[in-house]
Structures are given as structure tokens and as C-alpha cells.
Design a protein around this ligand. Structure first.
Ligand SMILES: *Cc1c(COP(=O)(O)O)cnc(C)c1O
Length: 328
């Protein structure tokens, strides 16, 4: 295995802290709860994309790129962190965002602009085509674009979460704690793929639960197949001799609610509970839903009360401000 020798551009404050959620655990009368604070990775308000971007930007610089190009929702945390990473690395940044330009930018979008990103508004259905069109156009202008897939979810990006699992194993070892379950939000797959590869690298024996934010357990190519694809790419990139298949991934599909970015009572209640009991700010799209799922599962007695659960906070709070009307 080689991770130390891979191209990497430092962006994150690591290790991120692990904290106990004592009040929440007491309130739920349930298992012991820990939280891993990847909302505190430190890059322009933090989040899980920072870990992926260390390897993506590392590769971009290695290839002599001068511009990062990526795509996402108008309130994409990935796009905001990519814009910040570009600024730090001295690169330009072009973002393709879904929809139309709002009158007043807020949340992540405001930050994208402050961070100096060039924004293109596109129809979601045309996103992939526009991504190559923008990249081709930049090449014709003599620039060297480096295209990052949505969410930074390929083998290069997911490598950040292999390292994150190595970090977690070391931390748990140091505080002499055992974790039975790890719960986190899962959407474009790089986080879950990296965590699963990292679990194999570290012989982690807790159960890993990705709470699906927007993928259903549909037919044809399933999300698990996609995850296995990213995991195999990751293993290859880090030269780790292992094969992954759909059955290696545990995805929870019961909390899709109103769809991507739609805030309902599940998310609202979870955000309020964590804020009022623990002083921790979740986000409306990902961690609000994943924590809502965890709270519901605890209430349904899906875990034994002598177990320890770690919730991986993946960030996203800057989007809260653009969801104000859904939250109060
Ligand atoms: C992108 C994101 C996720 C999901 O991570 P994936 O690697 O895309 O599955 C979870 N939480 C937050 C806050 C995110 O921005």
C-alpha cells in the first residue's frame, strides 16, 4: 500500500476532534454516542470535502493544472470547499451550479463568490455535458483545467477517507474506546467508499452505516455497485490489494424524506436537538437527515444500550442560512 507517497496538498486541520454526546445520549436513554467533527476540518468553514480535496488538488498540481472545475447544487458544500482549496493552492476555480442565479447569494453561494470562483448556472440534466464543454473551452483558451467529479467522489478523492479511518483508529486506540457502529450521511459515495476501504486497511470491526441522502435502492445499477466501483478505484490508487463488491456496503434507505435538499420535521427536529442539547450545528441537507435517521433508529431500539455509536459529522452548516424559512 502506498498513501504516504501520493500527491497531497495540505488543506485540513487534522486530526479532527472526537467528542462525547452525553446529553443527547441521556435524552435518548440509549447507547453511548460519540461525534467525529469533520465539520471542523478548517478550510473555509470545513466539511468532509476538505479531506478529498487534499488528494484531488495534490493530483491537479502534479499535473500542472491551473484551474479546478467542478459542479454541484447551488448550496453545494463541495463547490464551496473546492473554491477555497483553489484559492489556497493559487488556482482558478470554475463552478457549474444547478438552477438560476438568485437575486441575493446566501450560504455557500455567497462564500463561492467571496472565494473568487467563476460561476456558471446550468440545468441539472445538462450538467455532465456542460462540465466537458467548460473544460474544452478552457483548454482552447490555453488553460489547464482539472475536472473534479460531483462531490469529489472518485478513487483519488475517497483516499482522503481511507486516511480518515486510519486517523480514527489511532484516536480510538489512544482514548481506549471501542466503536460498534459508525453512522454518516452518504450521497455521491466518496466518503462511504473511503471509509469502507479504510476499515479494511485498519481491520476496523464496527459496522458502517451510510444514510442515503438522495439515492433510492432502485433497480439496475444500485448505489452499492457505485460505491464498490469507487472503492475499487481507491484501492487501486493507494495500491492496496483488495476487491470490493456491493455486499460490502450497508446503506440505509429509509430516510429519503421529501428528496434532496427538502427539509421536513425529521431534519428540523434533529438540528434543533443537537443545537439545544450539545451546542453542535448540523446542516439541513446531509447531517440533519443522517442524525434524524440515527435518532429514529435509537428510538426504535435498533442498537443495544451497551453499544457505542460514532456519528461522523460531515459539515455543511453554511447552508443553514439559506434554509432559514424551513427551519423556524
Ligand atoms: C457531500 C456531503 C456529504 C456526502 O458525502 P459523499 O462523499 O458525497 O457521499 C455529507 N455531508 C455533507 C455536509 C456533505 O457536504
Amino acid at each position: 500500500m502506498r498513501i504516504e507517497s501520493l500527491a497531497r496538498f495540505p488543506l485540513a486541520q487534522l486530526p479532527t476532534p472526537i467528542e462525547e454526546l452525553k446529553s443527547l445520549s441521556r435524552e435518548l436513554g440509549g447507547p453511548e454516542l460519540l461525534i467525529k467533527r469533520d465539520d471542523q476540518t478548517g478550510l473555509a468553514l470545513g466539511g468532509n470535502k476538505t479531506r478529498k480535496l487534499e488528494f484531488l488538488v495534490g493530483q491537479a498540481l502534479e499535473q500542472g493544472a491551473d484551474t479546478l472545475v467542478t459542479a454541484g447544487a447551488a448550496q453545494s458544500n463541495h463547490c464551496r470547499q473546492t473554491a477555497a482549496a483553489a484559492a489556497r493552492a493559487g488556482l482558478r476555480c470554475e463552478l457549474l451550479l444547478n438552477g438560476t442565479k438568485p437575486e441575493l447569494p446566501n450560504g455557500n453561494l455567497l462564500l463561492d463568490e467571496l472565494l473568487g470562483a467563476q460561476i456558471h448556472w446550468v440545468e441539472r440534466s445538462e450538467r455532465e455535458a456542460k462540465l466537458s464543454a467548460v473544460s474544452d473551452h478552457l483548454c482552447k483558451e490555453g488553460r489547464k483545467p482539472y475536472v473534479i467529479p460531483v462531490g469529489g467522489s472518485n478513487g483519488v478523492g475517497a483516499t482522503g477517507y481511507v486516511l480518515a479511518m486510519m486517523e480514527l483508529a489511532e484516536q480510538l486506540d489512544r482514548i481506549n474506546r471501542h466503536v460498534d457502529h459508525v453512522v454518516f450521511a452518504s450521497s455521491s459515495g466518496g466518503t462511504q467508499a473511503g471509509i469502507v476501504v479504510g476499515a479494511k486497511v485498519t481491520d476496523f470491526n464496527g459496522k458502517l452505516h451510510g444514510v442515503s441522502i438522495d439515492k433510492d435502492d432502485g433497480n439496475g445499477v444500485t448505489y452499492e455497485d457505485e460505491l464498490a466501483g469507487i472503492a475499487n478505484e481507491t484501492a487501486k490508487y493507494i495500491d492496496f490489494d483488495a476487491q470490493f463488491a456491493a455486499r460490502d456496503f450497508n446503506v440505509v434507505y429509509d430516510y429519503l424524506g421529501g428528496g434532496y435538499g427538502v427539509v421536513r420535521e425529521l431534519e428540523r427536529a434533529a438540528i434543533r436537538l443537537l443545537a439545544s442539547r450539545e451546542g453542535i450545528v448540523l446542516d439541513p441537507v446531509y447531517t440533519g437527515r443522517a442524525m434524524g435517521a440515527l435518532i429514529d433508529l435509537i428510538r426504535k431500539k435498533a442498537f443495544r444500550s451497551d453499544e457505542t455509536i460514532l456519528f461522523w459529522h460531515t459539515g455543511g452548516a453554511p447552508a443553514l442560512f439559506s434554509y432559514a424559512k424551513d427551519l423556524i
